[in-house]
Design a protein around this ligand. Structure first.
Ligand SMILES: [Fe+2]
Length: 384
């Protein structure tokens, strides 16, 4: 990306993160209700820390560090960048204040813009582009975390944000994809993360894939048919997890006044039957597919078929474990910790969601989460 487009994008992305937090009250900013949900204040600061640590400290000779403590407070998981507050303790930090974190953001934003006036070497532009894509990932996480924070208030407050799910009311069709050897991975002259590189050939058996996501109506049929009580549908690990954690429905679902309701950013409302089911774990997606006597796509099948259907409402669980592609190479130094070290025990999701920033999705994008998690904007597409 050239300097001018990068500068425009930088301004837009920094503003967009703040816009997501705008509807929040000050009390919403600092809580961490569960380990996976970080405080919005932490996201605002950490996405600035990334630029301070990897751009300003490396490239700007006269950069004045905003606060020496912040390197420790807002590093996420980069061992190469030093000690840090451990993840479960992010919600304990009532200091620095929200105001000071916004001041930190302004300080970093202005310093990066100043630096861009002075230098435009390729190494700098590349790392700023990584920082922007990193911040956009945190914008999506902010949507998940804000939903969790508000969705666990006894009052189910309205968010007044902009994440609206459409219906999946088109007639269902299964698209046939022929047997063959297909190229998998990124090969365009555009940004991608390192985990999409290592383009390689993969043999794929013939399969048929649904043109739509599984709807709430179909998922309620699964629940009513005893889907959560039939151990034959579940992985051992999934069965154990739903029983230990008393899970009997998607996250945010409540059975009240004779029907299913959910928290959907607007308050607690009756479940809209034609929307795609969301907030299901991989365990649940797998059990649902078993119940339908179908299966989930592999990430390779998904990528090959992706031009044949609309996607982008919800991240779609695949049956593929998150593994390095052949010839995957980690970057040197701290940024080598970005993706590679998570390639064990997680499941790949493909597509994008209503919380994914525009221009931040592509068919080769590999998202990854633990199979037990429901708080992401996840859905189900079936294959037979
Ligand atoms: Fe991060």
């Amino acid at each position: 990306m050239n300097k001018n487009s990068l500068e425009i994008k930088f301004r837009e992305v920094r503003k967009a993160t703040e816009a997501i937090c705008k509807p929040l009250e000050i009390e919403d900013y600092s809580v961490q209700p569960v380990i996976d949900v970080s405080p919005p204040k932490w996201h605002l600061a950490h996405s600035s820390w990334f630029f301070e640590e990897f751009v300003l400290k490396q490239f700007a000779n006269d950069y004045k560090i905003f606060d020496e403590d912040f390197a420790y407070l807002f590093n996420s998981y980069y061992n190469n960048a030093g000690e840090r507050v451990l993840r479960p303790n992010r919600g304990l930090m009532t200091r620095p204040t929200v105001k000071r974190v916004y001041d930190y953001r302004d300080h970093v934003t202005q310093a990066v813009l100043e630096l861009l006036k002075e230098r435009q070497d390729e190494g700098l532009l590349e790392i700023i582009e990584v920082g922007l894509n990193h911040e956009q990932q945190h914008q999506e996480l902010l949507a998940y975390d804000i939903k969790y924070i508000l969705g666990h208030q006894p009052t189910f407050p309205k968010y007044n944000g902009n994440f609206v799910l459409g219906s999946e009311s088109q007639p269902q069709e299964f698209v046939s994809i022929g047997e063959g050897v297909y190229d998998i991975g990124h090969n365009e002259n555009t940004f991608c993360f390192d985990n999409e590189l290592g383009r390689h050939k993969t043999y794929i058996q013939p399969f048929e894939i649904s043109n739509k996501l599984v709807t709430n109506e179909e998922y309620i049929a699964f629940i009513e048919d005893g889907g959560y009580t039939d151990f034959n549908l579940w992985h051992a690990e999934g069965w154990d997890y739903i029983n230990t954690n008393s899970i009997q429905a998607p996250l945010y679902w409540y059975f009240t006044k004779g029907k299913w309701h959910y928290y959907n950013f607007e308050g607690l409302e009756p479940v809209n039957l034609s929307e795609p089911v969301m907030h299901i774990s991989y365990y649940e997606a797998f059990a649902f597919a078993q119940w339908k006597q179908m299966r989930l796509p592999t990430e390779f099948e998904w990528e090959v078929a992706s031009s044949k259907f609309n996607w982008g409402q919800l991240w779609e669980w695949t049956s593929s474990a998150y593994q390095p592609y052949p010839n995957f190479a980690k970057a040197d130094g701290a940024l080598g910790e970005y993706n590679g070290k998570f390639m064990v025990g997680l499941q790949v999701l493909r597509g994008a969601s209503i919380a994914t920033p525009r221009n931040h999705s592509r068919k080769t994008y590999r998202n990854f989460f633990h199979p037990s998690l429901q708080f992401l904007f996840s859905g189900i597409r079936l294959v037979k």
